[in-house]
Ligand binder design. Structure first.
Ligand SMILES: [Zn+2]
Length: 233
């Protein structure tokens, strides 16, 4: 294989790889933001659970206060009932007592429902804590892995940049000039593998003699897409 073929093939591979590395490095902050958002959602879910418990406890206290008031009132009404001799007043008082009893029952039901809900929420605390701990552990793991990956990519970037320079240095001056201007215009898409006379970038064919020349190390660009061609089996 001619040196220009090797150089173009390697420059193509390295430039594409460097572009991919850069894209992934550039995506890093956005990926980090996604993970931070996930962690924040988990933090909120965790808080919401405890806020719900606090609210329920407050509701329970309020309902208990209401119940106490109703019970005091009921006792008072029942006491008043014993001293009433007028039938009409007696019936009215009885009605008031009935109303107070209904209210008492409602308060008791509300307290019971709140207690049950509190028990359920309290019982779920271990699971809620586990979910929150897992979310934090996942985030920490992501940070460690992302840092390692970034370090790896940066070192890969450095090595590939050196490799690229090394291969570009092998290009002779008459190739290096067009190489530079095509790379400047097309970046990693400045190259095209050519297989069985067909440009793999734009599918245009070349003549057999052109392909033979290409395989012998003649520098050429695709007549259609303008990419620098190199032969592959
Ligand atoms: Zn082409």
């Amino acid at each position: 294989m001619s040196s220009v073929t090797i150089a173009l093939r390697e420059c193509h591979r390295l430039r594409v790889h460097l572009r991919n590395l850069k894209a992934e490095i550039d995506r890093g902050p956005r990926v980090l933001q996604d993970h931070q958002d996930e962690l924040e959602t988990a933090r909120q879910d965790h808080n919401v659970h405890y806020e719900a418990i606090t609210k329920l406890k407050l509701k329970q206290r309020e309902d208990e206060g209401t119940l106490k008031q109703t019970e005091t009132r009921l006792a008072k009404l029942e006491e008043q009932l014993t001293s009433i001799s007028v039938q009409k007043e007696y019936t009215a008082k009885q009605h008031e007592i009935e109303m107070a009893r209904t209210k008492k029952g409602e308060s008791e039901d509300a307290i019971l429902a709140t207690i049950m809900e509190l028990e359920e929420k309290t019982g779920a605390i271990p699971a809620v804590e586990q979910t929150w701990a897992q979310a934090q552990a996942d985030f920490t793991q992501f940070q460690v892995e992302a840092a390692e990956r970034l370090e790896g990519m940066k070192s890969d970037q450095g090595a590939c940049t050196e490799d690229l320079a090394r291969h570009e240095a092998t290009l002779l001056l008459d190739v290096k000039a067009p190489y530079d201007s095509i790379v400047k215009a097309k970046g990693p898409d400045a190259f095209a593998a050519t297989k069985a006379r067909v440009c793999q970038a734009c599918r245009t064919s070349m003549t057999e003699s052109q392909f033979i020349a290409l395989r012998n190390g003649t520098f050429r660009t695709c007549a259609t897409c303008g990419r620098m061609q190199y032969p592959v089996e």
